[in-house]
Design a protein around this ligand. Structure first.
Ligand code: APR
Length: 268
């Protein structure tokens, strides 16, 4: 009887240990898999994006990327941490075809298509768009969950990347550029947005000839070019950059986009 009890207890203990071990292995493997997935996807997307243009050492780009946040407190990653990354993979400008936006990301990308270059269609922008990442003090891993949110702390890895990349994207914009602003917002030009607080301040007057503000409204309801917030935008612009404003409805723009061919004649 005692022998049977001992056997049952031992059996149960072994079964519990096996279950614990399996759960532990699954958790560890899944975690590494997530991190490797992020790295592999980064390198794969980088290679795809650069294959046609010029050969890029995407493993080197990954190293420059991770050095910005790995091993750091995820609330202490300033935009400058990405300087090495931006110097190995700078945004390549497209003359007269640079498109900025604020508040209407989806619309901007529907209209951009293959005609315009947005930050999200540059190599780094497209690789990191809609992604989350961070590091942790004392760890050399990349985490893709449990990272601080956009407003949780200013110097978080994701926000700092977009701030730094936006500054660089704006600095190389050349010729006639455009910005799509959301005309249904109370302040279509927000001085605290990335466009208002970073991009406008980083335009290079010697490179940029003009900025066309396209105020996008829903069926003519919303702000127009006399909007008070646009005066602040004009004040921010160096006088040598010509300021143009035009009002367009969403449907006007989308209809025009449908008809647009490879000549990319602007819809504004
Ligand atoms: N919380 C979460 N995400 C935010 C927040 C926030 N409070 N504010 C901004 N973001 C992120 C989101 O990913 C959002 O889609 O920034 C994006 C753009 O925010 P908007 O207010 O719509 O626009 P803006 O801040 O002006 O940034 C757009 O910056 O990315 C560059 O070149 C791009 O011109 C574009 C501009």
């Amino acid at each position: 009887m005692v022998k049977r009890c001992v056997l049952v207890v031992c059996g149960c203990t072994i079964a519990v240990l096996v279950v614990v071990l399996v759960v532990f292995l699954v958790v560890v493997l899944c975690k590494n898999n997530t991190n490797n997935n992020f790295k592999d996807t980064f390198i794969h997307d980088c290679e795809e994006m650069t294959a046609e243009v010029h050969s890029t050492d995407c493993v080197g780009v990954w190293s420059a990327f991770e050095q910005a946040y790995v091993g750091r407190d995820p609330c202490q990653v300033p935009p400058e941490a990405y300087d090495p990354l931006l110097s190995v993979a700078p945004p390549l400008p497209k003359r007269n075809k640079m498109l900025f936006w604020s508040g209407i990301k989806e619309m901007a990308h529907q209209l951009a298509g293959d005609c315009y270059k947005t930050l999200e269609t540059t190599m780094l922008g497209s690789v990191l768009d809609e992604k989350t990442w961070c590091g942790k003090k004392g760890s050399n891993e990349t985490f893709t969950s449990g990272c601080p949110g956009w407003t949780e702390c200013e110097n978080n890895p994701v926000r700092s990347f977009w701030s730094r990349a936006s500054a660089e994207f704006a600095a190389v914009a050349c010729g006639d550029a455009a910005v799509l602003l959301d005309g249904s917002r109370d302040t279509p030009f927000s001085p605290t947005s990335i466009f208002g607080s970073i991009e406008v301040k980083n335009f290079t007057p010697d490179l940029m000839k003009s900025l066309t503000v396209v105020l996008v409204t829903k069926d003519n309801v919303g702000a127009n070019c006399t909007d008070e917030s646009l005066k602040n935008l004009q004040k921010e612009l160096t006088p040598s950059i010509k300021y143009i404003c035009t009002e367009k409805t969403e449907s006007e723009l989308l209809t025009c986009k449908k008809k647009q061919d490879k000549s990319c004649v602007p819809c504004w």
